[in-house]
Design a protein around this ligand. Structure first.
Ligand code: SAH
Length: 236
């Protein structure tokens, strides 16, 4: 894929746009993201002090992660291709007194415009929704400054992840609307590592995020077989 604006599936953007008014309902469709958020933020902070850092949040949605990064002292830019979500994100940031720059632009186009601009890039729960995830990783490698970090989270492509993320979350527990995820688009950690390696990003760390249905909580673990986080780093 060579175009700067074509690595996007319209049906995915429509799906998120239709739910945009629900981003900040902690008991609604995005509840799992609210529950995940403190853990992924904590994991990012294990690797980097966010104070004063220029951070780009790719696929920011309504800004759940972007706001927490900004509250931790980062200067945050959030990008997404669903305008209704960006509008919700902008209003919510105003209410929260957080200064976040939300833009409707693809990662590929921003990389062409502003290479080596960010100290930290986050791209969470987004790669499983794009046609060409390697192109997003390549854009992140271009956008990050030498020595900078790229943090990615997504869902593994394992039978266990199929059971937990699709059958469990969409059909049994109804945590997510049916059709939220497509198993074929799930990525294994080694695949993301290889995408990173191909553009100068080394994998520095990996962690699992485990959902406990009884307590309805996530926790960080060392088992990446369902949800996981990867920390990639650009050579200094
Ligand atoms: N990262 C946020 C939202 C995850 S939901 C969080 O974890 O809280 C996935 C987001 O990716 C949605 O907001 C959707 O609009 C966005 N998205 C899907 N395809 C995209 C693309 N090609 N470019 C940018 N954002 C995209």
């Amino acid at each position: 894929m060579t175009s700067l604006d074509h690595n996007v599936e319209t049906a995915e953007i429509d799906k998120f746009s239709a739910l945009a008014h629900r981003w900040w309902d902690e008991h609604g469709e995005f509840r799992p993201l609210h529950q995940l958020n403190p853990h992924r933020l904590q994991w990012v902070q294990r690797h980097v002090d966010l104070k004063g850092k220029a951070v780009l949040d790719i696929g920011c949605g309504g800004g759940i992660l972007s706001e927490s990064l900004a509250a931790a002292g980062a200067r945050v830019t959030g990008i997404d291709l669903a305008e209704p979500s960006l509008q919700v994100a902008r209003l919510h940031a105003l209410d929260a007194h957080l200064d976040i720059d939300y833009r409707l632009i693809s990662a590929e186009r921003l990389a062409a415009e502003s290479p080596q601009t960010f100290d930290v890039i986050t791209c969470m729960e987004m790669l499983e929704h794009v046609p060409d995830p390697a192109s997003i990783i390549k854009a992140a490698a271009k956008l990050v400054r030498p020595g900078g970090w790229v943090f990615v989270s997504t869902i593994n492509r394992t039978p266990k992840a199929y059971l937990a993320a699709i059958l469990g979350a969409e059909y049994v527990l109804r945590l997510l609307p049916k059709g939220t995820h497509d198993y074929a688009k799930f990525l294994q950690p080694a695949e993301i590592s290889a995408m990173g390696r191909a553009c100068g990003l080394d994998t520095a760390d990996i962690a699992g995020l485990h959902y406990q249905p009884l307590t309805q909580r996530f926790r960080l673990t060392s088992d990446p077989s369902v949800n996981y986080l990867l920390a990639l780093r650009q050579a200094a």
